[in-house]
Design a protein around this ligand. Structure first.
Ligand code: 6PG
Length: 522
Protein backbone atom coordinates (compact mmCIF):
# COMPACT_ATOMS: atom_id res chain seq x y z
CA UNK A 1 0.00 0.00 0.00
CA UNK A 2 1.52 3.29 -1.05
CA UNK A 3 1.98 6.07 1.43
CA UNK A 4 -0.85 8.56 0.76
CA UNK A 5 -1.57 11.87 2.53
CA UNK A 6 1.61 11.53 4.59
CA UNK A 7 1.72 14.51 6.91
CA UNK A 8 5.47 14.05 7.52
CA UNK A 9 6.29 15.06 3.94
CA UNK A 10 7.58 18.64 3.86
CA UNK A 11 9.67 19.03 0.73
CA UNK A 12 7.23 19.03 -2.19
CA UNK A 13 8.38 21.26 -5.06
CA UNK A 14 5.48 20.86 -7.47
CA UNK A 15 1.90 19.79 -6.87
CA UNK A 16 0.00 18.11 -9.68
CA UNK A 17 -3.76 18.02 -9.43
CA UNK A 18 -5.22 15.19 -11.51
CA UNK A 19 -3.65 11.74 -11.72
CA UNK A 20 -5.17 10.70 -15.05
CA UNK A 21 -3.10 9.89 -18.13
CA UNK A 22 -1.90 13.49 -18.69
CA UNK A 23 -1.39 14.41 -15.01
CA UNK A 24 0.16 11.01 -14.35
CA UNK A 25 2.53 11.43 -17.29
CA UNK A 26 3.60 14.86 -16.05
CA UNK A 27 4.10 13.54 -12.51
CA UNK A 28 6.53 10.90 -13.77
CA UNK A 29 8.23 13.32 -16.16
CA UNK A 30 8.85 15.98 -13.51
CA UNK A 31 9.96 13.35 -10.99
CA UNK A 32 12.35 11.89 -13.55
CA UNK A 33 13.98 15.31 -13.71
CA UNK A 34 14.45 15.28 -9.96
CA UNK A 35 11.56 17.44 -8.73
CA UNK A 36 9.76 16.32 -5.60
CA UNK A 37 6.16 15.88 -6.70
CA UNK A 38 2.94 15.78 -4.76
CA UNK A 39 0.28 14.22 -6.95
CA UNK A 40 -3.34 14.75 -5.99
CA UNK A 41 -6.56 13.16 -7.13
CA UNK A 42 -9.86 13.01 -5.34
CA UNK A 43 -10.00 9.32 -6.28
CA UNK A 44 -7.63 7.36 -4.07
CA UNK A 45 -7.46 4.56 -6.63
CA UNK A 46 -6.05 6.92 -9.27
CA UNK A 47 -3.34 8.15 -6.88
CA UNK A 48 -2.54 4.60 -5.82
CA UNK A 49 -2.23 3.48 -9.44
CA UNK A 50 0.07 6.36 -10.29
CA UNK A 51 2.31 5.69 -7.32
CA UNK A 52 2.57 2.03 -8.32
CA UNK A 53 3.53 3.12 -11.85
CA UNK A 54 6.16 5.45 -10.37
CA UNK A 55 7.57 2.49 -8.44
CA UNK A 56 7.82 0.38 -11.59
CA UNK A 57 9.28 3.17 -13.74
CA UNK A 58 13.06 2.67 -13.82
CA UNK A 59 13.69 6.32 -14.63
CA UNK A 60 11.77 7.61 -11.65
CA UNK A 61 12.98 7.72 -8.09
CA UNK A 62 9.81 6.70 -6.27
CA UNK A 63 10.88 8.84 -3.32
CA UNK A 64 10.23 11.87 -5.55
CA UNK A 65 6.51 11.06 -5.79
CA UNK A 66 4.06 11.46 -2.90
CA UNK A 67 0.35 10.88 -3.26
CA UNK A 68 -2.47 12.99 -1.83
CA UNK A 69 -6.24 12.81 -1.75
CA UNK A 70 -6.49 16.02 0.28
CA UNK A 71 -5.58 19.35 -1.28
CA UNK A 72 -4.92 20.79 2.14
CA UNK A 73 -2.41 18.06 2.96
CA UNK A 74 -0.77 18.53 -0.44
CA UNK A 75 -0.26 22.24 0.20
CA UNK A 76 0.96 21.56 3.74
CA UNK A 77 3.60 19.24 2.31
CA UNK A 78 5.44 22.15 0.65
CA UNK A 79 8.39 23.47 2.70
CA UNK A 80 7.35 25.83 5.47
CA UNK A 81 9.24 29.04 4.93
CA UNK A 82 8.25 32.63 5.39
CA UNK A 83 9.46 36.06 4.46
CA UNK A 84 10.71 37.53 1.24
CA UNK A 85 12.81 34.54 0.27
CA UNK A 86 9.84 32.14 0.28
CA UNK A 87 9.86 30.01 -2.86
CA UNK A 88 6.51 30.22 -4.65
CA UNK A 89 4.51 27.02 -4.56
CA UNK A 90 3.73 25.71 -8.03
CA UNK A 91 0.57 23.70 -8.61
CA UNK A 92 -0.15 22.21 -12.05
CA UNK A 93 -3.76 21.33 -12.85
CA UNK A 94 -4.36 18.52 -15.29
CA UNK A 95 -8.06 17.99 -15.46
CA UNK A 96 -11.12 18.46 -17.67
CA UNK A 97 -11.96 22.07 -18.55
CA UNK A 98 -14.82 24.06 -17.03
CA UNK A 99 -16.51 23.29 -13.71
CA UNK A 100 -13.93 20.78 -12.37
CA UNK A 101 -11.25 23.50 -12.61
CA UNK A 102 -13.49 26.00 -10.82
CA UNK A 103 -14.15 23.45 -8.08
CA UNK A 104 -10.46 22.87 -7.47
CA UNK A 105 -9.70 26.60 -7.69
CA UNK A 106 -12.28 27.34 -5.03
CA UNK A 107 -10.65 24.84 -2.67
CA UNK A 108 -7.08 25.69 -3.60
CA UNK A 109 -7.00 29.49 -3.55
CA UNK A 110 -7.67 29.88 0.21
CA UNK A 111 -4.80 27.44 0.90
CA UNK A 112 -2.25 29.41 -1.11
CA UNK A 113 -0.36 32.63 -0.49
CA UNK A 114 0.74 35.66 -2.44
CA UNK A 115 3.23 34.75 -5.17
CA UNK A 116 2.14 31.10 -5.47
CA UNK A 117 1.45 29.90 -8.99
CA UNK A 118 -1.31 27.74 -10.40
CA UNK A 119 -0.71 26.43 -13.93
CA UNK A 120 -3.84 25.15 -15.64
CA UNK A 121 -2.35 22.60 -18.03
CA UNK A 122 -5.64 21.40 -19.51
CA UNK A 123 -7.36 22.76 -22.59
CA UNK A 124 -9.53 25.72 -21.64
CA UNK A 125 -11.56 28.51 -23.21
CA UNK A 126 -9.32 31.58 -22.94
CA UNK A 127 -11.93 33.83 -21.35
CA UNK A 128 -12.40 31.33 -18.53
CA UNK A 129 -8.65 31.47 -17.99
CA UNK A 130 -8.73 35.26 -17.82
CA UNK A 131 -11.65 35.17 -15.37
CA UNK A 132 -9.68 32.83 -13.10
CA UNK A 133 -6.56 34.97 -13.46
CA UNK A 134 -8.48 38.01 -12.23
CA UNK A 135 -9.90 36.01 -9.35
CA UNK A 136 -6.52 34.62 -8.30
CA UNK A 137 -4.92 38.06 -8.63
CA UNK A 138 -7.13 39.37 -5.83
CA UNK A 139 -5.04 37.17 -3.52
CA UNK A 140 -1.78 37.93 -5.34
CA UNK A 141 -1.76 34.41 -6.79
CA UNK A 142 -0.59 33.86 -10.36
CA UNK A 143 -2.79 31.82 -12.69
CA UNK A 144 -1.07 30.56 -15.83
CA UNK A 145 -3.17 29.07 -18.65
CA UNK A 146 -0.93 26.61 -20.43
CA UNK A 147 -1.51 24.43 -23.46
CA UNK A 148 0.14 21.02 -23.14
CA UNK A 149 0.33 19.16 -26.40
CA UNK A 150 1.37 15.75 -27.59
CA UNK A 151 -1.00 13.42 -25.78
CA UNK A 152 -0.32 11.19 -22.80
CA UNK A 153 2.99 9.85 -24.09
CA UNK A 154 4.40 13.34 -24.60
CA UNK A 155 3.14 14.27 -21.13
CA UNK A 156 5.41 11.49 -19.85
CA UNK A 157 8.42 12.18 -22.06
CA UNK A 158 8.24 15.88 -22.93
CA UNK A 159 5.28 17.87 -24.25
CA UNK A 160 5.11 21.07 -26.27
CA UNK A 161 3.89 23.81 -23.91
CA UNK A 162 2.29 27.20 -24.52
CA UNK A 163 2.04 29.11 -21.23
CA UNK A 164 0.22 32.44 -20.95
CA UNK A 165 0.17 34.81 -17.97
CA UNK A 166 2.31 37.48 -16.36
CA UNK A 167 6.04 37.95 -16.97
CA UNK A 168 6.58 37.48 -13.22
CA UNK A 169 5.00 34.02 -13.26
CA UNK A 170 6.90 33.08 -16.44
CA UNK A 171 10.21 33.99 -14.79
CA UNK A 172 9.52 31.51 -11.98
CA UNK A 173 8.19 28.62 -14.06
CA UNK A 174 10.52 29.00 -17.07
CA UNK A 175 13.42 26.86 -15.75
CA UNK A 176 11.05 24.04 -14.80
CA UNK A 177 9.15 24.14 -18.08
CA UNK A 178 12.35 24.28 -20.10
CA UNK A 179 13.53 21.14 -18.33
CA UNK A 180 10.29 19.25 -18.87
CA UNK A 181 9.35 20.36 -22.39
CA UNK A 182 10.05 18.46 -25.59
CA UNK A 183 13.38 19.40 -27.18
CA UNK A 184 14.21 19.97 -30.83
CA UNK A 185 17.12 17.87 -32.17
CA UNK A 186 19.26 20.96 -31.51
CA UNK A 187 18.16 20.85 -27.86
CA UNK A 188 15.85 23.87 -27.89
CA UNK A 189 12.93 23.43 -25.45
CA UNK A 190 9.49 23.60 -27.04
CA UNK A 191 8.11 26.07 -24.54
CA UNK A 192 7.94 29.85 -24.79
CA UNK A 193 5.89 32.50 -23.07
CA UNK A 194 3.05 33.12 -25.50
CA UNK A 195 1.83 36.33 -23.89
CA UNK A 196 -0.29 37.71 -21.06
CA UNK A 197 -3.83 36.69 -20.06
CA UNK A 198 -5.37 33.84 -22.00
CA UNK A 199 -2.74 33.89 -24.79
CA UNK A 200 -1.34 30.46 -23.90
CA UNK A 201 -4.67 28.66 -23.90
CA UNK A 202 -5.65 30.56 -27.04
CA UNK A 203 -2.60 29.35 -28.96
CA UNK A 204 -3.31 25.78 -27.82
CA UNK A 205 -6.96 26.07 -28.85
CA UNK A 206 -6.00 27.13 -32.37
CA UNK A 207 -3.26 24.48 -32.41
CA UNK A 208 -6.14 22.06 -31.95
CA UNK A 209 -8.23 23.77 -34.65
CA UNK A 210 -5.31 23.22 -37.05
CA UNK A 211 -4.97 19.68 -35.68
CA UNK A 212 -8.64 19.00 -36.49
CA UNK A 213 -8.16 20.23 -40.07
CA UNK A 214 -5.06 18.07 -40.49
CA UNK A 215 -6.85 15.03 -39.05
CA UNK A 216 -9.73 15.57 -41.46
CA UNK A 217 -7.49 16.10 -44.50
CA UNK A 218 -5.60 12.89 -43.71
CA UNK A 219 -8.69 10.79 -43.02
CA UNK A 220 -10.34 12.07 -46.20
CA UNK A 221 -7.28 11.29 -48.33
CA UNK A 222 -6.84 7.87 -46.73
CA UNK A 223 -10.44 7.16 -47.65
CA UNK A 224 -9.92 8.33 -51.24
CA UNK A 225 -6.78 6.24 -51.62
CA UNK A 226 -8.41 3.14 -50.20
CA UNK A 227 -12.03 3.28 -51.29
CA UNK A 228 -11.82 5.22 -54.54
CA UNK A 229 -8.32 4.38 -55.80
CA UNK A 230 -8.16 0.78 -54.50
CA UNK A 231 -4.89 0.98 -52.57
CA UNK A 232 -4.60 -1.44 -49.67
CA UNK A 233 -3.95 0.03 -46.24
CA UNK A 234 -0.44 -1.45 -46.34
CA UNK A 235 0.19 0.43 -49.59
CA UNK A 236 -1.21 3.62 -48.08
CA UNK A 237 0.98 3.09 -45.04
CA UNK A 238 4.06 2.82 -47.27
CA UNK A 239 3.00 5.95 -49.14
CA UNK A 240 2.48 7.91 -45.90
CA UNK A 241 5.82 6.67 -44.63
CA UNK A 242 7.53 8.00 -47.75
CA UNK A 243 5.81 11.38 -47.25
CA UNK A 244 6.89 11.40 -43.61
CA UNK A 245 10.51 10.66 -44.52
CA UNK A 246 11.03 13.07 -47.37
CA UNK A 247 9.49 16.09 -49.03
CA UNK A 248 7.23 18.88 -47.81
CA UNK A 249 5.41 16.68 -45.28
CA UNK A 250 8.65 15.42 -43.75
CA UNK A 251 8.33 14.96 -40.00
CA UNK A 252 4.57 15.52 -39.95
CA UNK A 253 3.44 13.82 -36.73
CA UNK A 254 -0.04 12.83 -37.92
CA UNK A 255 1.32 11.39 -41.18
CA UNK A 256 3.87 9.52 -39.05
CA UNK A 257 1.41 7.95 -36.61
CA UNK A 258 -0.89 7.40 -39.60
CA UNK A 259 1.52 5.09 -41.39
CA UNK A 260 2.24 3.22 -38.18
CA UNK A 261 -1.44 2.90 -37.21
CA UNK A 262 -2.41 1.58 -40.64
CA UNK A 263 -0.06 -1.37 -40.18
CA UNK A 264 -1.88 -2.72 -37.12
CA UNK A 265 -3.78 -5.92 -37.85
CA UNK A 266 -4.93 -6.54 -34.26
CA UNK A 267 -5.78 -4.46 -31.25
CA UNK A 268 -8.59 -3.19 -29.02
CA UNK A 269 -10.82 -6.19 -29.57
CA UNK A 270 -10.08 -6.46 -33.32
CA UNK A 271 -8.33 -9.64 -34.45
CA UNK A 272 -6.77 -10.77 -37.73
CA UNK A 273 -7.80 -7.73 -39.75
CA UNK A 274 -6.09 -8.46 -43.06
CA UNK A 275 -6.49 -4.92 -44.38
CA UNK A 276 -5.64 -3.30 -41.05
CA UNK A 277 -7.80 -2.42 -38.06
CA UNK A 278 -8.91 0.93 -39.53
CA UNK A 279 -11.61 -0.78 -41.62
CA UNK A 280 -13.15 -2.21 -38.45
CA UNK A 281 -13.18 0.96 -36.37
CA UNK A 282 -16.56 2.72 -36.10
CA UNK A 283 -16.67 6.02 -37.99
CA UNK A 284 -17.98 8.27 -35.21
CA UNK A 285 -16.13 11.11 -33.46
CA UNK A 286 -18.18 12.04 -30.43
CA UNK A 287 -16.07 14.21 -28.15
CA UNK A 288 -17.41 17.50 -29.48
CA UNK A 289 -21.06 16.65 -29.09
CA UNK A 290 -20.65 14.96 -25.70
CA UNK A 291 -18.79 18.13 -24.57
CA UNK A 292 -15.76 16.24 -23.28
CA UNK A 293 -13.52 18.24 -25.62
CA UNK A 294 -14.04 21.87 -26.49
CA UNK A 295 -11.18 23.15 -28.58
CA UNK A 296 -12.74 22.43 -32.00
CA UNK A 297 -15.99 24.09 -31.00
CA UNK A 298 -14.17 27.08 -29.52
CA UNK A 299 -11.91 27.45 -32.58
CA UNK A 300 -14.95 27.48 -34.85
CA UNK A 301 -16.61 30.06 -32.62
CA UNK A 302 -13.49 32.22 -32.84
CA UNK A 303 -13.47 31.99 -36.65
CA UNK A 304 -16.94 33.53 -36.61
CA UNK A 305 -16.33 36.11 -33.94
CA UNK A 306 -12.99 37.36 -35.25
CA UNK A 307 -14.12 37.24 -38.89
CA UNK A 308 -11.15 35.26 -40.07
CA UNK A 309 -11.49 32.95 -43.07
CA UNK A 310 -10.58 29.45 -41.90
CA UNK A 311 -12.92 27.16 -43.86
CA UNK A 312 -10.78 24.01 -43.60
CA UNK A 313 -10.84 24.20 -39.80
CA UNK A 314 -14.59 24.82 -39.76
CA UNK A 315 -15.28 22.06 -42.31
CA UNK A 316 -13.24 19.55 -40.34
CA UNK A 317 -15.24 20.35 -37.23
CA UNK A 318 -18.52 19.98 -39.12
CA UNK A 319 -17.50 16.56 -40.41
CA UNK A 320 -16.89 15.41 -36.83
CA UNK A 321 -20.36 16.66 -35.87
CA UNK A 322 -21.97 14.84 -38.80
CA UNK A 323 -20.04 11.70 -37.94
CA UNK A 324 -20.99 11.65 -34.25
CA UNK A 325 -24.35 9.86 -34.27
CA UNK A 326 -24.02 6.70 -36.30
CA UNK A 327 -27.69 5.70 -36.07
CA UNK A 328 -29.11 9.13 -36.86
CA UNK A 329 -26.82 9.29 -39.89
CA UNK A 330 -28.09 5.98 -41.23
CA UNK A 331 -31.69 7.20 -41.04
CA UNK A 332 -30.80 10.40 -42.91
CA UNK A 333 -29.05 8.31 -45.57
CA UNK A 334 -32.19 6.16 -45.91
CA UNK A 335 -34.27 9.28 -46.50
CA UNK A 336 -31.84 10.80 -48.98
CA UNK A 337 -31.27 7.56 -50.85
CA UNK A 338 -28.40 9.04 -52.85
CA UNK A 339 -25.45 7.04 -54.23
CA UNK A 340 -22.77 5.96 -51.75
CA UNK A 341 -19.10 6.66 -52.59
CA UNK A 342 -17.87 4.57 -55.52
CA UNK A 343 -14.60 3.55 -57.19
CA UNK A 344 -12.76 6.18 -59.21
CA UNK A 345 -11.86 5.63 -62.87
CA UNK A 346 -8.27 6.34 -61.78
CA UNK A 347 -8.27 3.08 -59.78
CA UNK A 348 -7.56 1.34 -63.07
CA UNK A 349 -4.49 3.41 -64.00
CA UNK A 350 -1.33 1.49 -64.83
CA UNK A 351 1.60 1.48 -62.39
CA UNK A 352 3.46 4.43 -63.90
CA UNK A 353 0.33 6.60 -64.14
CA UNK A 354 -0.70 5.70 -60.62
CA UNK A 355 2.69 6.60 -59.28
CA UNK A 356 2.36 10.00 -60.99
CA UNK A 357 -1.06 10.42 -59.44
CA UNK A 358 0.45 9.64 -56.01
CA UNK A 359 2.90 12.51 -56.52
CA UNK A 360 -0.02 14.80 -57.32
CA UNK A 361 -1.85 13.61 -54.19
CA UNK A 362 1.27 14.20 -52.10
CA UNK A 363 1.37 17.81 -53.33
CA UNK A 364 -2.38 18.24 -52.77
CA UNK A 365 -2.21 16.98 -49.18
CA UNK A 366 0.77 19.22 -48.50
CA UNK A 367 -1.19 22.19 -49.88
CA UNK A 368 -4.21 21.44 -47.72
CA UNK A 369 -2.07 20.98 -44.59
CA UNK A 370 -0.12 24.17 -45.30
CA UNK A 371 -3.41 26.01 -45.93
CA UNK A 372 -4.79 24.89 -42.55
CA UNK A 373 -1.66 26.27 -40.86
CA UNK A 374 -2.15 29.58 -42.69
CA UNK A 375 -5.79 29.75 -41.62
CA UNK A 376 -5.06 28.92 -37.97
CA UNK A 377 -2.12 31.32 -37.74
CA UNK A 378 -4.29 34.10 -39.19
CA UNK A 379 -6.78 33.55 -36.34
CA UNK A 380 -3.98 33.75 -33.76
CA UNK A 381 -2.65 37.02 -35.21
CA UNK A 382 -6.10 38.58 -35.30
CA UNK A 383 -6.82 37.59 -31.70
CA UNK A 384 -3.37 38.76 -30.61
CA UNK A 385 -4.04 42.18 -32.09
CA UNK A 386 -7.58 42.39 -30.69
CA UNK A 387 -6.53 41.34 -27.18
CA UNK A 388 -3.11 43.08 -27.27
CA UNK A 389 -1.36 39.82 -26.44
CA UNK A 390 1.66 40.41 -28.67
CA UNK A 391 1.93 36.77 -29.71
CA UNK A 392 4.84 35.92 -31.98
CA UNK A 393 4.05 33.55 -34.87
CA UNK A 394 7.71 32.57 -34.92
CA UNK A 395 7.37 31.48 -31.29
CA UNK A 396 4.28 29.41 -32.13
CA UNK A 397 6.23 27.60 -34.81
CA UNK A 398 9.20 27.16 -32.46
CA UNK A 399 7.15 25.42 -29.77
CA UNK A 400 5.39 23.27 -32.37
CA UNK A 401 8.68 21.81 -33.64
CA UNK A 402 8.60 18.81 -31.32
CA UNK A 403 6.24 17.04 -28.96
CA UNK A 404 2.97 18.31 -30.42
CA UNK A 405 0.30 16.91 -32.70
CA UNK A 406 0.76 19.43 -35.55
CA UNK A 407 4.53 19.01 -35.64
CA UNK A 408 5.59 19.18 -39.28
CA UNK A 409 9.35 19.57 -39.64
CA UNK A 410 9.62 20.68 -43.27
CA UNK A 411 6.77 23.17 -42.89
CA UNK A 412 8.30 24.59 -39.69
CA UNK A 413 11.61 25.05 -41.53
CA UNK A 414 9.77 26.88 -44.30
CA UNK A 415 7.77 29.15 -41.97
CA UNK A 416 10.34 30.05 -39.35
CA UNK A 417 12.73 32.29 -41.32
CA UNK A 418 9.73 34.04 -42.88
CA UNK A 419 8.06 34.76 -39.52
CA UNK A 420 11.26 35.80 -37.77
CA UNK A 421 11.38 38.94 -39.93
CA UNK A 422 8.14 40.22 -38.40
CA UNK A 423 7.55 41.82 -35.00
CA UNK A 424 5.13 40.21 -32.54
CA UNK A 425 1.41 40.34 -33.44
CA UNK A 426 2.31 40.61 -37.12
CA UNK A 427 1.72 39.81 -39.91
CA UNK A 428 -2.02 39.81 -40.31
CA UNK A 429 -3.23 37.78 -43.31
CA UNK A 430 -0.25 35.63 -44.21
CA UNK A 431 -1.14 35.28 -47.87
CA UNK A 432 -1.20 39.06 -48.22
CA UNK A 433 1.86 39.84 -46.14
CA UNK A 434 4.23 37.02 -47.07
CA UNK A 435 4.33 36.41 -50.85
CA UNK A 436 6.54 33.35 -50.36
CA UNK A 437 3.69 31.60 -48.53
CA UNK A 438 1.14 32.58 -51.16
CA UNK A 439 3.46 31.28 -53.90
CA UNK A 440 4.03 28.02 -52.04
CA UNK A 441 0.30 27.45 -51.64
CA UNK A 442 -0.34 28.38 -55.27
CA UNK A 443 2.06 25.63 -56.36
CA UNK A 444 -0.31 23.06 -54.88
CA UNK A 445 -3.49 24.40 -56.49
CA UNK A 446 -3.69 22.14 -59.56
CA UNK A 447 -2.91 19.10 -57.41
CA UNK A 448 -5.63 20.03 -54.91
CA UNK A 449 -8.08 20.44 -57.80
CA UNK A 450 -7.18 17.01 -59.15
CA UNK A 451 -7.58 15.33 -55.76
CA UNK A 452 -10.89 17.00 -55.01
CA UNK A 453 -12.20 16.22 -58.50
CA UNK A 454 -11.84 12.52 -57.64
CA UNK A 455 -14.04 13.07 -54.59
CA UNK A 456 -16.63 14.96 -56.67
CA UNK A 457 -16.81 12.27 -59.35
CA UNK A 458 -17.11 9.40 -56.88
CA UNK A 459 -19.42 10.96 -54.25
CA UNK A 460 -16.63 10.57 -51.69
CA UNK A 461 -16.88 12.74 -48.58
CA UNK A 462 -14.02 15.25 -48.48
CA UNK A 463 -15.15 18.49 -46.83
CA UNK A 464 -11.76 19.65 -45.52
CA UNK A 465 -10.12 18.97 -48.90
CA UNK A 466 -12.96 20.84 -50.61
CA UNK A 467 -12.75 23.74 -48.18
CA UNK A 468 -8.97 23.94 -48.62
CA UNK A 469 -9.42 24.26 -52.36
CA UNK A 470 -12.36 26.68 -52.19
CA UNK A 471 -10.36 28.84 -49.77
CA UNK A 472 -7.57 29.28 -52.32
CA UNK A 473 -10.07 29.88 -55.11
CA UNK A 474 -11.93 32.51 -53.11
CA UNK A 475 -8.92 34.43 -51.78
CA UNK A 476 -7.39 34.33 -55.27
CA UNK A 477 -10.49 35.65 -57.04
CA UNK A 478 -10.38 39.32 -58.07
CA UNK A 479 -14.08 39.48 -59.01
CA UNK A 480 -16.21 37.43 -56.64
CA UNK A 481 -19.90 36.95 -57.35
CA UNK A 482 -20.77 38.56 -54.03
CA UNK A 483 -21.86 41.64 -56.02
CA UNK A 484 -25.21 39.90 -56.50
CA UNK A 485 -25.33 39.24 -52.75
CA UNK A 486 -24.79 42.97 -52.22
CA UNK A 487 -27.65 43.73 -54.62
CA UNK A 488 -30.06 41.47 -52.79
CA UNK A 489 -28.94 42.72 -49.37
CA UNK A 490 -29.57 46.29 -50.49
CA UNK A 491 -32.90 45.29 -52.07
CA UNK A 492 -34.44 43.93 -48.87
CA UNK A 493 -32.33 45.52 -46.18
CA UNK A 494 -31.04 48.89 -47.44
CA UNK A 495 -27.56 47.63 -46.66
CA UNK A 496 -25.89 49.83 -49.30
CA UNK A 497 -23.22 48.76 -51.77
CA UNK A 498 -20.12 50.25 -53.29
CA UNK A 499 -19.82 50.99 -56.98
CA UNK A 500 -16.97 49.48 -58.98
CA UNK A 501 -14.30 52.07 -59.64
CA UNK A 502 -15.56 54.32 -56.84
CA UNK A 503 -14.50 52.22 -53.83
CA UNK A 504 -12.41 54.25 -51.41
CA UNK A 505 -12.01 51.90 -48.47
CA UNK A 506 -11.77 48.13 -48.84
CA UNK A 507 -13.31 47.24 -45.51
CA UNK A 508 -16.06 49.79 -45.20
CA UNK A 509 -19.70 49.53 -46.06
CA UNK A 510 -20.65 51.04 -49.42
CA UNK A 511 -22.28 54.43 -49.86
CA UNK A 512 -24.86 53.64 -52.55
CA UNK A 513 -28.44 52.46 -52.38
CA UNK A 514 -31.06 51.63 -54.98
CA UNK A 515 -34.75 51.83 -54.16
CA UNK A 516 -35.55 48.53 -55.89
CA UNK A 517 -39.18 48.38 -54.80
CA UNK A 518 -41.76 50.55 -53.04
CA UNK A 519 -43.54 47.59 -51.45
CA UNK A 520 -42.31 44.59 -49.45
CA UNK A 521 -42.30 41.12 -51.01
CA UNK A 522 -41.64 40.19 -54.63
C1 6PG B 1 -2.80 17.66 -28.04
C2 6PG B 1 -4.26 17.41 -28.33
C3 6PG B 1 -5.07 17.25 -27.08
C4 6PG B 1 -6.53 17.05 -27.40
C5 6PG B 1 -6.84 15.67 -27.78
C6 6PG B 1 -8.29 15.47 -28.19
O1 6PG B 1 -2.29 18.65 -28.53
O2 6PG B 1 -2.21 16.84 -27.35
O3 6PG B 1 -4.75 18.46 -29.08
O4 6PG B 1 -4.93 18.39 -26.30
O5 6PG B 1 -7.29 17.35 -26.31
O6 6PG B 1 -6.04 15.28 -28.85
O7 6PG B 1 -8.70 16.52 -28.95
P1 6PG B 1 -10.05 16.46 -29.77
O8 6PG B 1 -10.91 15.45 -29.17
O9 6PG B 1 -10.65 17.81 -29.66
O10 6PG B 1 -9.68 16.11 -31.16
Amino acid sequence: MADIDNEQVNDIEIGIVGSGSMGGGMTLLFAEHGSKIGCYDYEEEAVQKLMNTAKEDEKVNEKCVHGFTSLEKLINAFPKQGGKERKPRIIVLSMPHGKPVDGVAEELLPLLDKGDIIIDGGNEWWEETERRQANAKEKGIEWVGMGVSGGYQAARHGPSCSPGGTDEAWKVIKPYLETWAAKTPEGEPCVLHMGPGGAGHYVKMIHNGIEHAHLSILCEVRGLLHDQLSLSNDEISDLFESWWKEGPLRGNFLVGIGFKGLRFKEGGGIKNAKDGIVEKIEDKVTQDVDLSEGTGTWSTKEIGERHVAAPAIAAAHQLRIISADKFERSKVADNLGLPQPSKAAEAKLDKAEKSKLMETIHTAVYGAILGAFVQGLDIITKASQDQKWNISLADCIKIWRQGCIIQSDAIAEFFLPLFEKFPRSEPLNLLKSIPEIAKELAKTYEAQKKLYSIAIKTDAVAPALGASLEYIKAVNCRELDTNFMELELDYFGHHNYDVKGKTEKGHEKGKYHTEFSKTPGV
